[in-house]
Design a protein around this ligand. Sequence first.
Ligand code: SF4
Ligand code: SF4
Length: 75
Amino acid sequence: MKKGYIVIDQSLCKGCGLCMDVCPKDLITTAQELNIKGYYPAEFRDGDAENPDGCTGCALCALVCPDIAIEVYRE
Ligand code: SF4
Ligand code: SF4
């Protein structure tokens, strides 16, 4: 069951990929468009047919982000 979601402030993101590596559900990908800093920022991709559970709200992504660009919400 889906338990949470995240909001990424893409203007703060430098596209380092740490959050993408750490997410146990593989829910964070790289956006197709550059942000204001000229990086391809992280983008949240919530659960889909292949991964219906979606975000657990574990907050690993937010903890690992060096730029504090991710906020986690639990439902
Ligand atoms: S809170 Fe956990 S499950 Fe949700 S996107 Fe972040 S690392 Fe993935
Ligand atoms: S860890 Fe933070 S700075 Fe790095 S890609 Fe993810 S949101 Fe962007």
